[in-house]
Design a protein around this ligand. Structure first.
Ligand code: ZN
Length: 80
């Protein structure tokens, strides 16, 4: 399993995000989603959106978005 990451360059309104807001987010790994979404914003990653993004897969780490990291830590704290 690899980390599928995405960096939003333009949002769905077609606005280019400032450099400081262009961070690497996790593609939501929820298997019940019908479309790929950014974990922290739930922004849809499909051809119908005006958004533009970069993608990469890494073996571990790579996430620079604080909101995504906070969400992942919260899930990891769940005891199964
Ligand atoms: Zn994020």
């Amino acid at each position: 399993m690899t980390n599928e990451l995405v960096k939003i360059i333009k949002n769905d309104d077609g606005d280019i995000l400032p450099n400081v807001e262009q961070e690497w987010c996790l593609v939501d790994a929820n298997p019940s989603l019908d479309v790929a979404r950014v974990l922290c914003t739930q922004a849809v990653l499909d051809i119908d959106t005006n958004a533009e993004w970069e993608e990469k897969s890494v073996a571990r780490g790579g996430i620079t978005c604080d909101k995504c990291i906070t969400i992942i830590k919260a899930y990891k704290a769940v005891k199964l």
